[in-house]
Design a protein around this ligand. Structure first.
Ligand SMILES: O=C(CO)COP(=O)(O)O
Length: 144
């Protein structure tokens, strides 16, 4: 299996759920490389020390933007972002920017357990799946 570069993010009300999800899928996740927003990364490392997790800044302090930049640079293969749909976030614009970039760059993005389960259990997760690159010309309004 090839080594995937996986971004982990969870809003506060969903951090416990992300850690539980990782625990339930640790066999599939061990051996991959992880980047996470600050608090999420610290909690994941404490709960699952076998994982190689690099913590970036906390989400409200720019961590979502850092992960978005990594996606734009082609350095992330999968985003697992457990979103809290019930709480307004002070950095909502950053959250929106991150999910927009994952969509734009055609990165698999799991925002809840059901989707994350399907991603890691898919044969595409273990078979070196490489998403189709984005056709930027199609997104350039000047070319319409
Ligand atoms: O706010 C977040 C994502 O938008 C998560 O940030 P933390 O992992 O630093 O709590």
């Amino acid at each position: 299996m090839d080594c995937k570069r996986i971004a982990l993010v969870a809003h506060d009300a969903r951090k416990r759920d992300l850690i539980a999800w990782i625990g339930a899928n640790i066999a599939a996740l061990d051996g991959h490389l992880f980047w996470a927003t600050g608090t999420t990364g610290r909690l994941v490392r404490e709960a699952h020390p076998s994982l190689d997790v690099t913590s970036l800044k906390s989400g409200p302090l720019g961590g979502d933007q850092q992960i978005g930049a990594m996606i734009a640079e082609g350095r992330i293969d999968l985003l697992v972002f457990f979103v809290d749909p019930m709480t307004a976030q002070p950095h909502d614009v950053d959250v929106k920017a991150l999910t927009r970039l994952a969509t734009l760059y055609n990165i698999p993005m799991a925002c809840n357990e059901a989707t994350a389960d399907m991603v890691v259990s898919s044969p595409l997760f273990s078979d070196g799946y490489c998403p189709r690159p984005v056709d930027f010309a199609a997104h350039d309004s000047r070319s319409v």
